[in-house]
Unconditional design. Structure first.
Length: 198
């Protein structure tokens, strides 16, 4: 949000971003980037892009993350509220700043002529940080990106430990193969020691 705010101030607000896009890239390209609806040729393609991931990827609608928030609630009403708040925060509050930064960087660090190099375009995010933000804000961005990385790694390690201890060790090894139910303390030890020897 800090980055988006700096981009907005640098370009003179939302109207300034639009004017700068038109001045730098022309009306047709600016309208293409700013259009919220698909063009005539994109209708079926957009439908495929929106529907197929939802059908084939369980987490595309936030299922796992949304389930975590709902299961932590005390009752059904609170779970509904948590789902609505999570969806709006995830979609609006988290996504809108990214759109502002992306549109602003199309003006501040414009793409070169010819074919777009994806790796070079991804570097513009960091180039914009270097060009626009103060040293303190750069530090906050670095810490935020490292925190996001650590959060993702921690989540997957916790999920892996949970699958390992409950599904593989608890259900398969203890209940199915050995005919006994493991204690909670035993499952905690197994989750902490993935090299556990049986």
């Amino acid at each position: 949000m800090i980055y988006a705010g700096v981009v907005l101030v640098d370009l003179g607000g939302p109207g300034g971003i639009v004017d700068a896009l038109v001045a730098r890239h022309g009306v047709t390209q600016a309208e293409h980037w700013l259009s919220l609806g698909p063009g005539d040729e994109l209708g079926p393609a957009l439908l495929v892009v929106l529907v197929l991931p939802w059908l084939f990827q369980a987490s595309s609608d936030g299922t796992g993350y949304l389930a975590q928030r709902c299961m932590a609630c005390t009752d059904e009403v609170e779970a509904r509220r948590a789902g609505i708040v999570f969806a709006w925060l995830q979609i609006v509050l988290r996504s809108v700043p990214w759109v502002i930064v992306a549109l602003g960087l199309l003006v501040i660090v414009p793409p070169g002529p010819g074919a777009v190099d994806v790796a070079a375009r991804e570097q513009t995010f960091v180039q914009g940080i270097d060009l626009l933000l103060s040293p303190g804000a750069r530090g906050i961005m670095l810490v935020a990106m490292l925190a996001a990385l650590a959060s993702t790694i921690d989540t997957h390690l916790n999920w892996g430990a949970s699958y390992w201890s409950h599904d593989v060790y608890g259900r398969l090894w203890c209940e199915v193969l050995r005919g006994r139910k493991p204690s909670g303390r035993e499952l905690v030890w197994v989750a902490r020691r993935p090299t556990w020897r049986w």
